[in-house]
Design a protein around this ligand. Sequence first.
Ligand SMILES: O=P(O)(O)OC[C@H]1O[C@H](OP(=O)(O)OP(=O)(O)O)[C@H](O)[C@@H]1O
Ligand SMILES: Nc1ncnc2[nH]cnc12
Length: 174
Amino acid sequence: MPTPSPDDLARAESRIALTPDFPTPGVLFRDIGPVLADAGSLATVTAALAAPFEGRYDLVAGVEARGFLLAGALAAATSTGLLPIRKAGKTPNPTASVDFALEYGVATIEAAGDLTGRRVLVVDDVLATGGTLAAAVSLVEQLGGEVAGIAVVLELTELRGRERVPQAHAVFTA
Ligand SMILES: O=P(O)(O)OC[C@H]1O[C@H](OP(=O)(O)OP(=O)(O)O)[C@H](O)[C@@H]1O
Ligand SMILES: Nc1ncnc2[nH]cnc12
């Protein structure tokens, strides 16, 4: 995939939609839906997520739900496998489970299988408090996988998630 230009990146970033007080009062929700809906912006974001990790992973993991969208796009674009990391109660016979706190709630993630020998790129839309990505890293490691990298579309710097996942690559910051 060609590396996106600064203009391509600026066009994609301008499509992030802001909604105050969603899903709870005090949260400024940043929606990447309009980025995904635009073909050029989706290609830009997919390429920018993958660029630092080229040739270093053979499986892309995404956390339900918005992480699935990016993991699917990235896995298809780079001819790698895809690991859906699901919220609690959706995976038959899970072999790993991690509880964590969110900016607006609590959650559990689960997955099944054996990732021994797999190099896993963990992707998500937003890095906020870092709870989701730290939990996803822990889950991949519980399954025996090696985390080859972490990539997000948007890092919300004031929530300081980077303290929990310092190695994360963010395409955009806010
Ligand atoms: O860094 P954190 O504080 O953990 O927050 C980031 C996470 O929060 C959102 O997911 P959410 O659980 O709202 O689920 P969704 O993707 O199903 O909308 C977002 O998609 C990230 O996964
Ligand atoms: N402020 C926010 N906007 C969009 N997604 C989020 N996930 C966690 N916090 C978020």
